[in-house]
Design a binder for this molecule. Structure first.
Ligand SMILES: C[S@@+](CC[C@H](N)C(=O)[O-])C[C@H]1O[C@@H](n2cnc3c(N)ncnc32)[C@H](O)[C@@H]1O
Length: 374
C-alpha cells in the first residue's frame, strides 16, 4: 500500500497501479486538490439538503469520499460513484474501508459503466461532477439531461490550449467560437466554454447559470446552477456576444456581426461569472480549514476569487500592457493605482486571470489619466 492523505481522506495509490508513475495522475492528481476543495465549499454553502450526487468520472473516488467526510450532516441522500476502469468497484471498496466509511452511513452505489450510460440509466442528480482529462464535451449532453432543477453541474476542462487560442481551429470545432491569444485569453476561454455548456443545456430547456468559475494551473472550472424554463434559457442566449478589443486596449461587448478588421473573440458568455451571495456563503464555510491553512497560495487564490465576485465585469485591463502601449513613464506601484481608482469611487479588484490585470468599471481614457498621475 502507498497511502496519501488529502484533507480528511486517505487513498491507496497502489490500488490500481503497482508502480508510482506519471500515470497515477489518472488515478490521483494532487494539483486538483483546490478543485475538490471548491466542490466541498459550494455544496456546504448551497441551501439544498438530501442531495443525490452523481460522479460519472470518479477516478480514485477521492472527491466523493471527501464529500462523505466533509459535507455537513444531512447533505447527502445518495452518492453514486462511477468509473469505467477495470476493477473500479474493488478499488473504491478498498478506499471506502481505508476511510472507515460504512455503506450504511448513507446510500452509496458503485457503478462500473461508461459515463454516458451511467448518466442515461440514472433518474437524475442534484449534483453532477464532470471531471475528465481534456475536454468535457463527450459528457455534456447526458449531464445536462440528468441535472435536476436547481441542481449544480460542475465542469472541468483541461484542454485549455484550444480555448485560450493556441489552436483556434480546434476551438472552432470543439467550442464553436473564436478565441484570442493574449493577456485576456483565460477569461475569454472560460467564457467560451461557459457558452458551449449553456448551448447544450438550452437544447433541453435548461438554463445553466454560472455561480463560481475560475482558470487555474492547466484547467478551467465552472459550477452552473440549473434553472429550468424556456424564458430563462432565452435570457442566457441574449448574453452570448462578441468581445471586441481596440488598438488602444479598450474593449466592449457587442452583438455586432461585421467583425472584419477587428480583434475579437466569441461568441461567448458576457453575463456574470459568480453568484455573489453564494460566494460570500462559501467564504463563511471555514474555507481555510477546507483548503488547508498551510496551503497559503490556494487560500490567497480563493480570497482573490471572493473579491473578484464583487466586481463581476466582462474583460480586464492589463496594467503592464497599457504602460507599454501608451508609453507611460510613471513608475507607480500597483497598489497605488488601485487606491487611486478607489478614491475616485471606481470599483476595482485584481483578477486571477492575469498577473497584472485589474477588473474595474473605469473607462480606458479615465484609467490612462489616473495612471499618468499616481
Ligand atoms: C480526471 S480523472 C477523475 C478524477 C476525479 N474526479 C478526482 O476528483 O480525483 C478521470 C477519470 O475518468 C475515467 N473515465 C474517462 N472516460 C470515461 C468514460 N467514458 N466513462 C467512464 N469513466 C471514464 C477515467 O478512468 C479516470 O479515472
Amino acid at each position: 500500500m502507498v497511502v496519501i492523505t488529502e484533507s480528511s481522506v486517505k487513498i491507496d495509490l497502489k490500488a490500481w497501479e503497482n508502480k508510482i508513475t506519471k500515470k497515477l495522475e489518472v488515478f490521483y492528481n494532487p494539483v486538483m486538490k483546490f478543485n475538490r476543495d471548491c466542490s466541498i465549499l459550494i455544496l456546504n454553502a448551497y441551501g439544498k439538503k438530501d442531495l443525490q450526487i452523481g460522479m460519472p468520472l470518479s477516478g480514485s473516488g477521492i472527491r466523493g469520499i471527501r464529500f462523505l467526510k466533509e459535507l455537513k450532516k444531512g447533505k447527502i441522500k445518495e452518492i453514486n460513484f462511477n468509473d469505467y476502469k477495470e476493477d473500479f468497484e474493488k478499488v473504491l471498496e478498498k478506499n471506502l474501508k481505508l476511510n472507515n466509511i460504512s455503506k450504511k452511513d448513507c446510500k452509496i452505489n458503485i457503478h462500473n459503466k461508461e459515463a454516458n450510460s451511467f448518466l442515461h440509466e440514472s433518474s437524475g442528480f442534484d449534483y453532477i461532477d464532470v471531471d475528465p482529462f481534456g475536454s468535457p464535451n463527450p459528457f455534456l449532453d447526458f449531464s445536462a439531461r440528468r441535472i435536476s432543477r436547481e441542481g449544480i453541474l460542475a465542469v472541468t476542462a483541461t484542454d485549455t490550449s484550444a480555448l485560450a487560442g493556441t489552436y483556434p481551429k480546434a476551438c472552432a470545432r470543439k467550442y464553436w467560437s473564436v478565441p484570442l491569444r493574449n493577456y485576456l485569453m483565460h477569461e475569454l476561454g472560460l467564457r467560451i466554454l461557459i457558452r458551449k455548456v449553456q448551448l447544450i443545456g438550452a437544447q433541453h430547456d435548461k438554463a445553466l447559470i454560472p455561480v463560481f468559475c475560475y482558470a487555474k494551473d492547466h484547467y478551467y472550472r465552472i459550477f452552473f446552477r440549473n434553472e429550468k424554463g424556456k424564458k430563462k434559457v432565452d435570457e442566457i442566449l441574449k448574453l452570448h456576444k462578441y468581445f471586441l478589443l481596440d488598438k488602444e486596449l479598450g474593449f466592449e461587448v457587442s452583438k455586432f456581426n461585421s467583425l472584419e478588421g477587428k480583434e475579437y473573440a466569441g461568441p461567448l458568455w458576457t453575463g456574470k461569472l459568480f453568484d455573489k451571495k453564494l460566494v460570500s456563503k462559501m467564504k463563511k464555510e471555514d474555507y481555510k480549514k477546507v483548503i488547508g491553512s498551510g496551503n497559503k497560495e490556494d487560500v490567497k487564490f480563493f480570497e482573490m476569487l471572493v473579491a473578484e465576485s464583487k466586481v463581476d465585469v466582462v474583460g480586464l485591463y492589463d496594467v503592464h500592457e497599457l504602460v507599454k502601449k501608451h508609453k507611460i513613464k510613471n513608475n507607480f506601484k500597483f497598489i497605488d493605482l488601485i487606491n487611486a481608482l478607489k478614491k475616485k469611487k471606481y470599483k476595482v479588484v485584481r483578477t486571477h486571470f492575469s498577473k497584472y490585470g485589474i477588473k474595474s468599471d473605469v473607462g480606458l481614457k479615465e484609467l490612462l489619466g489616473i495612471m499618468k498621475k499616481v
